[in-house]
Design a protein around this ligand. Sequence first.
Ligand SMILES: [Fe+2]
Ligand SMILES: [Fe+2]
Length: 268
Amino acid sequence: MNDFTATSLAHAAAHILATAEPAEKVRLSGLTAEAWRGGNLTPGTANNLADRPARPINPPLRPPSEVPRRRINTSTTGRVALLHALAHIELNAIDLAWDIIARFADPEMPRQFFDDWVSVAAEEAHHFALLSHRLSELDAAYGDLPAHDGLWESALVTRHDLVARLAVVPLVLEARGLDVTPAMIAKLRAAGDDRSASILETIYLDEIGHVGIGRRWFKFACAARGLEPARAWRTYVATYFKGALKPPFNTDARDAAGVPQSWYAQAP
Ligand SMILES: [Fe+2]
Ligand SMILES: [Fe+2]
């Protein structure tokens, strides 16, 4: 695809959401982040945003029970399944960041709002690229295995409300990533896969920042509505997140992201 000329950041975000091919989504994410940081785009607004981002034909989306197990050992099969599942999460995460800009951005929001979500989108694109490259080193590619659609389901049920979106996506789902990633890194190291382990370390550190950004704008959106953040978070999670919050929690990483234990310790 040729380069397109975005009239605004929200327009570029909508265009990236409508781009199915992952490598192109990554490339346009980088170009858009550069244009925004260079002062070449205004925030703008997006029209006619689809409920779902465009997706490539592969991978097919299946129920979680039909997605291959991610055993982490010296055999490549389970590690490829893990890296593929993580690549799928990162592809969704690119779209989730652009969707916040396209769907919820009000040009009156502070510039920091756009700076933050542009940096999240650019980092998610980098994560996808790292995992995709690692898959290629293992003679695999994103699209080779089925994947499941759970992440976008959370986006759909929260598409009407920024407070609900932030309560669930960064502050439940990405925070959950902080809980489970250190064990994956340790298992990859134990299996002798230092290259994959290093990629997950990069992702892990960036994700602490993403949870922190989610928390910052959740508090901002709560303040705008006169909501008390801890109570609002519990109420929104009970309404819009269908699973249970699963301990053990990585309290160090959550603390580093500014999410206090008092929020999730008493969660529903
Ligand atoms: Fe990520
Ligand atoms: Fe993230």
